[in-house]
Design a protein around this ligand. Sequence first.
Ligand code: ATP
Ligand code: MG
Length: 350
Amino acid sequence: MLFGSKKVLGLDIGTSSIKIAEVDVSKNGAQLLSFAITPTPPNSVAAGEISDVTSVGIAVQGLVSDIHSKRKSIATGMWGTAVIVKKITIPKMERKLIQDQIRFEAEQYIPFDINNISLAHHVLNSSSTDDTIDLLLIAAQNELVFQYMSVIETAGLKCGVLDVAGFALANSFEANYGKFARDVVGILNFGASITNFVVIHNGDVVFCRDIPIGGFNYTNEIHKGLGISIQEAEALKLSAVSRREVPTEVHGIISSTNELVTEEVRNSLDFLSATTSGMTLSRCFFTGGSSVTTGLIETVSRVNGIPFEQLNPFHRVKASRKFSQNYLNQIGHFAAIATGLGMRKTGDGS
Ligand SMILES: Nc1ncnc2c1ncn2[C@@H]1O[C@H](COP(=O)(O)OP(=O)(O)OP(=O)(O)O)[C@@H](O)[C@H]1O
Ligand SMILES: [Mg+2]
């Protein structure tokens, strides 16, 4: 690139909140320079689709002005049902032929109209053999790509990197914990409408899927069970988690929803095993706004028999001294994807 900076701002657009992170990456490691988070404008993001581009664009512009950054380029991560990541095996061939082969493979495996998708791939060197190449096929509906581009343009910025949220989660993990060569590591980011799930093996993402369940399920069950508004239900949920007094039913609803979330995680673990010739997790990290829900991690861990550890996005990534430890603890659950994106460089990624 001739003009402008290659440095990007990491932008994570969620259903419940939008996060932005400015990270400095140097030989000495990575350092968080700025971070900001704001509630997502009501009804503007659903299932990963940005239905109200203008409102989200204005919210992003607000975040960028809050952090006073000079950077003008964005790295963001798509998620939801309009993005599919699938591991496939193709015969060994020259690298330059792979792209054509990918399109052919996508026609068979991706349930979207092939004429309206953007395709990318990432070769998995560690599991490829002499005769075959393993790769991750990444397909996103063009409509979704267009929505993200429009948000960034509305905010007066440029799109430097368009990534997949799950990959950014893996990037944050690696920057903080390194490559776990022997382990099969799972990471679950419990959000509002979805839970991003990625699996890393030998330094590669080998599985990436958004599980369609999250914090909103709790809120919605409380809303239905108590006959109160969504806003009231959300407030009651947060009160219950912070041990303030709430109607007893709320605790019951939270534990039954924990079972529901656990069931969904279980299904994804089965799916992982079925699509990777029996891969199982040896350890699992968790993060996300909903991961603090009372009893959630305990239930998921107990039922699936996997030890869970909290992913600290500031384990090795240091934070500028202007941040108090208290603030870092608060944003820690929300920051993994935005910081993982903030460490991308333009021209990076798949
Ligand atoms: N203290 C808390 N206790 C329980 N849940 C919480 C708490 N704080 C936030 N949440 C829940 O976390 C969710 C928001 O987390 P996060 O910001 O990670 O989601 P998001 O990225 O906006 O959602 P998604 O990625 O699913 O679109 C909401 O459902 C919110 O109710
Ligand atoms: Mg999220």
